[in-house]
Write a protein that binds this ligand. Sequence first.
Ligand SMILES: NC(=O)c1ccc[n+]([C@@H]2O[C@H](COP(=O)([O-])OP(=O)(O)OC[C@H]3O[C@@H](n4cnc5c(N)ncnc54)[C@H](OP(=O)(O)O)[C@@H]3O)[C@@H](O)[C@H]2O)c1
Length: 232
Amino acid sequence: MAIVTGGGRGIGRAAALAFAREGAAVALAARTASELDAVAAEIQRSAGRPLAVPTDVTQESSVAALVDKVLAEFGKVDILLTAAGAATFGNLVDTKTEEWDRMLAVNLRGVFLTCRAVLPPMMRQRRGTIINIVSVAAKRAIPGGGAYAASKHGVLGLTQVLAEEMRPHGIRVGGLYPGAVDTSLWDAVPDPPERSRMLRPEDVAEAALLMASLPPGASLEDVTLLPAGGIL
Ligand SMILES: NC(=O)c1ccc[n+]([C@@H]2O[C@H](COP(=O)([O-])OP(=O)(O)OC[C@H]3O[C@@H](n4cnc5c(N)ncnc54)[C@H](OP(=O)(O)O)[C@@H]3O)[C@@H](O)[C@H]2O)c1
């Protein structure tokens, strides 16, 4: 049973479809119900078990309701993949305080809230896998991405500390750090890199699947996935 935040489109959608293809029941969590319903219908058509749960990951009560609903329906959480996120571009000198706050709320607070919410059931189970979709922006300085980078560096730190804290509980925690992926995240960017050279969401889903499907004694904790052409 997998929870996928951001499961309505982009990387989250591709990961949800990949987990479902491997036989996992998948809870899809994002704000736009119509997108969740469309992915759920796609999973259902191939005989999968989807659960669409409209969720705002920045809201503690919304995230708690998501996990409650999953536990009521499936009784466990094997995998959490956090792909709910957003990006903003602009030099720091021009970054509005509201944009800064929104980046940290969605990309960092959202990951904190969702990870924390699945820990009690995973600790009871004495197993589980958490995969945070981070970004190469957590590892390389990309001019024009200050607020985004700050949020992603935060997720990197959170992910690495959580991996250590959860090791004694049998819970694997890993970060997946993609370069540019061709998703709607780039739609609002004025002059994006050539989209046909970017990774596809399905490429990131394959890496997530590998992280989730290794034998329980092995943990892939730090995966950087770049387009073969090397662009970010
Ligand atoms: N695309 C890239 O080049 C790239 C590269 C590296 C890392 N990433 C990371 O990958 C993750 C997914 O990005 P993507 O490219 O797949 O973008 P996307 O296509 O725009 O998808 C983002 C998803 O996050 C959801 N989301 C946004 N705010 C949310 C909130 N407050 N609560 C719940 N869900 C929320 C969106 O749904 P709603 O709007 O309906 O809520 C959507 O399902 C992000 O963390 C991004 O930073 C992307």
